[in-house]
Design a protein around this ligand. Structure first.
Ligand code: AP5
Ligand code: MG
Length: 230
């Protein structure tokens, strides 16, 4: 079972890299932010509860987040592994993930930090557009869609996230960077932390993540760190 954790500050590029990596490793992406946004759209009790925290730029409480993640990991498509985008975000979540994986005789193979400094994070989030159907991210300057307002991959409408307003962006960074450091420390202590320079172009970041995973012994179903056919 390949479990790869993508770590990074809000706006670092986790959601951009995760599907590229999932295609190469042939395992699904599990992104807690996407799961929460789906619950908000559906108006479920969990979505209503999560929305209060998300709109305020704060982390959703661990108890709710861990339950959601463990339910998702129990689904059959996660049996061979997952790319985790946006989880764990606290030391408590990291310990809960370790316990759940240990119970399956597995563990986190690599935690890859996509490292991007603060000023660039603000630029990335404030220019971001996301597709309604699948959350594919675009940026109005650095990675615009071929047709304005339309997703290249699935044709759905692009929108700006409610938490990508300037005030909320600042709160997210203030509230969340401290706990990111806790999670980085957790994986450094576990000996599986790796880091890539997230300031590079998207394809360079992807290539560096591949190289780090290959060095960690994590390979796709085709037996290579690169995509089947790539
Ligand atoms: P979540 O959806 O996970 O948001 P986030 O962590 O704040 O991260 P983002 O999605 O904003 O950034 P990203 O790293 O995915 O960047 P992206 O690839 O889009 O969480 C939202 C909320 O849900 C949280 O605030 C919290 O309330 C709650 N939540 C979620 N998980 C939780 C948890 N585990 N515990 C508690 N609460 C939780 O890229 C950003 C932009 O940059 C895009 O426009 C993209 O096109 C562009 N870009 C990407 N890479 C590059 C590059 N290399 N060069 C130039 N531009 C680039
Ligand atoms: Mg994201």
């Amino acid at each position: 079972m390949n479990v790869v954790v993508l770590l990074g500050a809000p706006g670092a590029g986790k959601g951009t890299q995760a599907p590229l990596l999932a295609a190469r490793l042939e395992i699904p992406v599990v992104a807690t932010g996407d799961l929460f946004r789906a619950a908000v759209r559906e108006g479920t009790p969990l979505g209503l509860e999560a929305r209060r925290f998300m709109d305020a730029g704060r982390l959703v409480p661990d108890e709710i987040t861990v339950r959601l993640l463990l339910e998702r990991l129990a689904r059959p498509d996660a049996a061979d592994g997952v790319i985790l985008d946006g989880f764990p975000r606290t030391a408590i979540q990291a310990a809960a993930l370790d316990a759940a994986l240990t119970a399956r005789g597995a563990g986190v193979g690599a935690a890859v930090l996509v490292d991007v400094p603060g000023e660039e994070l603000v630029r990335r989030m404030s220019g971001r557009w996301i597709c309604r159907a699948n959350g594919h991210p675009y940026h109005e300057v650095s990675s615009p869609p071929r047709v304005a307002g339309v997703c290249d991959l699935d044709g759905s409408e692009l929108y700006q996230r409610a938490d990508d307003q300037p005030d909320t962006i600042r709160t997210r960074m203030d509230q969340q960077l401290g706990s990111l450091r806790e999670v980085i420390d957790h994986y450094r202590a576990a000996g599986c932390l790796r880091s890539v320079d997230g300031l590079q172009a998207i394809d360079r970041v992807a290539a560096d993540i591949d190289a780090q995973l290959t060095a960690a012994g994590i390979r796709g179903a085709a037996g290579s760190g690169r995509a089947a056919g790539a």
